[in-house]
Design a protein around this ligand. Sequence first.
Ligand code: KG4
Length: 348
Amino acid sequence: MRILAVETSCDETSLALVEAEGGFDAPKFDVRELLISSQIETHRPWGGVVPNLAKRGHAESLPKLFTALAESLPRAKSEENIKLIAVTVGPGLEPCLWQGIEFAKKIGAENFPDAELVPTNHLHGHMYSFLLPQKENSESPVSNSEFFPAVQLLVSGGNTMLILMRSLVDLEKIGETLDDAAGEAFDKVARMLGLFYPGGPEIERIAALGKPDAIAFPRPMLQKKNYDFSFSGLKTAVRYHLEKNVGRCRPEDIAASFQKAVLDILITKTLRAAEEYDAKSVILSGGVACNAALQIAMQLETESRNISFFSADKKFQGDNAAMIAAAGYITHLQNKKYPPAANGSLKI
Ligand code: KG4
């Protein structure tokens, strides 16, 4: 089944053309085209995303990306036409979401009148990004009978949550942030250090030059016997440290110590959940999953516990339409009760 996907929830305009096949037991995806127009340069002077500028950016980029994508349509291998249009309907910035929804409806009516429009949850996009192939002809990870239960850590700019997946659509949110998301904390600490937006990659870059044990920043909620997170106290601790040590601290050490504190919290809570729920797999997703230190540490910690580790390729971690195609397909299977039947509701 050929899927056209549209993503405009924040500051990335993205369209994708994806071929999907298989049921819940082994969904497979082939990403034919993925186009992303980033607005980072537009928002950088403001230190964060300005919703109205983002909306205007989507309005300008969507037709351009669609023209580029349309040129690639005849090159796609399969003879069949677009069967499904998956569009992000939330969560996200409302004015931005509407740009994508109206555009998806318009191109559907004008070009693909027989296609089914599937309203798709942005968080499902991140959650199912691990199903997108890293190698050509690779097997669907969930086709392994030893895959579930899985614990997924979803860490993006707007969300930090732990999800217990008993099947692909049996989802239970077991914890989430009570205040800032992990990515938001990276962005805010980067701003305190005078680094560019988005802050995550910048913190990671200078952290590599600093000492992770230089400053003992707090690890909020680490000892709490639940799976919730809180990052605002850690962010405030960084601010106090900067105020008290003007001219006496190396930004590299602050970045490294802050990053270490965030990673300790994320990894400890994920592994604790994996142990409690007897997880066979751990999945890492969202923009913060681009962090190489987090990837490596999670890989090592899961390996030493005999738990399989899955995470999408970096190009599918940040906001992109290929992950929306994957989530749209899973939603479509759920709506159609595609065999083999799976228990679960798909909500988180
Ligand atoms: O998933 P995403 O692209 O957008 C949302 O759906 O929120 O995530 C963006 C977030 C930003 O806060 C950004 O700073 C963070 O992901 N991020 C990183 C890294 N790359 C992006 N955080 C830490 N380390 C990175 N390398």
